[in-house]
Design a protein around this ligand. Structure first.
Ligand code: CA
Length: 358
């Protein structure tokens, strides 16, 4: 609240100096509700949604005013898609893999196990045809999508037993959304999808045996270290998850071109800004988990990762068989992934190895 007040105050003061300029305090022409899949003000994700609402307000000079609702405040987390589609809210913030029940192809627009990193995801979405496909898919549901945040590589999750072989995943009831969940199923586990706000109590009560969430910054905020013994990495299942904004298509189409541009470009700012925030917060939070909270961090053994990658390839290829649109999206994603792998092996990978060894 303090931050919002500060921004409004600062914006108002600056604009007041320019005589005759319509100020940020102008009466909004569009009052929107933003529903989100995150708890209110949740670090990174929820605050990213807040930032998007603030930016759209500032950039539009107050012509669009957005009130943000956390999960359950207006609708439950997993009803965000329907709420915006039906016009209960004008805009939403979430992640596309939550909507695989609407279309299996939606998952490609959030993250794919052993798939694209954040940097590569942005390449595919903005310049590799990804966003065009996403726009085509969401239009069927009366929505306009935009990338609006990225977590970077996530962590593998919280477990109460050691994972020494892929067999250790069998029988495990784990919160893991999207395609990662399907991979766990191949390994004999039971994936469940729960909104973030329910993870801690579910893990602590034993309703689930393990959970992944995001990474140190967010996992520390939920106190997951209090409910599990081992913290595994890497997040093979979410190598650079894109968060999404979705706008009701009728509402979006009725906006003048300048406001349409402002909404989409504000999403682009938040998409980049969130990744920058995670890049700063994760290392500090990890230090706190390891030194202050005594977390036992483990790396998944190579054999486990190899097996999970095999399952992932099967699971992802099978989506292509679901319907024509999924086939088209899979083909576009895989083509880009092949290209990205070859280039990243020469650029990022070689550089990171050289930097570590230097
Ligand atoms: Ca996750």
């Amino acid at each position: 609240m303090q931050r919002r007040a500060f921004l409004t105050g600062a914006g108002g003061a600056t604009l007041a100096l320019g005589a005759g300029i319509k100020t940020a305090a102008a009466k909004p022409e569009h009052r929107w509700k933003m529903v989100t899949t995150w708890p209110t003000n949740f670090p990174g994700l929820g605050t990213g949604a807040n930032k998007l609402a603030e930016l759209i307000g500032e950039m539009s000079g107050g012509r669009i005013s957005i009130k943000v609702y956390g999960a359950k405040e207006l609708v439950p987390a997993f009803e965000v898609f329907d709420a915006v589609s039906q016009g209960t809210a004008e805009i939403g913030h979430g992640a596309a893999y939550y909507w695989k029940g609407k279309s299996e192809a939606a998952q490609f627009f959030s993250t794919v196990p052993f798939g694209l990193t954040a940097q590569e995801m942005n390449g595919w979405l903005y310049h590799g045809g990804g966003l065009e496909l996403w726009t085509e898919l969401y239009a069927e549901f009366g929505l306009v999508p935009a990338p609006a945040g990225n977590t970077g590589v996530q962590m593998g999750g919280w477990f109460n037993k050691e994972i020494n072989s892929v067999e250790d995943l069998a029988g495990l009831k784990m919160r893991i959304p999207g395609l990662g969940g399907e991979v766990l199923k191949r390994a004999g586990g039971t994936p469940v999808n729960l909104p973030g706000g329910e993870l801690f109590t579910s893990l602590q009560s034993g309703a689930i045996d393990a959970t992944e969430w995001v990474g140190p910054y967010n996992d520390l905020a939920f106190g997951l270290y209090k409910a599990a013994k081992y913290y595994y990495y890497p997040g093979w299942h979410e190598p650079g998850t894109t968060l999404e904004a979705m706008v009701n298509k009728k509402v979006f189409d009725a906006l003048p071109k300048d406001l349409q541009s402002i909404v989409l470009n504000a999403c682009k700012v938040v998409n980049q800004d969130m990744l920058a925030e995670y890049t700063v917060r994760n290392p500090a939070a990890l230090q706190s988990l390891l030194t202050e909270h005594g977390v036992d961090m483990r790396k998944f053994p190579p054999d486990v990762l190899l097996k999970l990658r095999e399952f992932s390839n099967q699971v992802v290829a099978e989506i292509a068989e679901k319907d024509a649109f999924s086939q088209k999206t899979y083909a576009s994603y895989e083509k880009f992934l092949k290209q990205a792998k070859e280039w990243s092996a020469i650029s990022e990978l070689t550089y990171l190895q050289a930097r570590d060894h230097a």
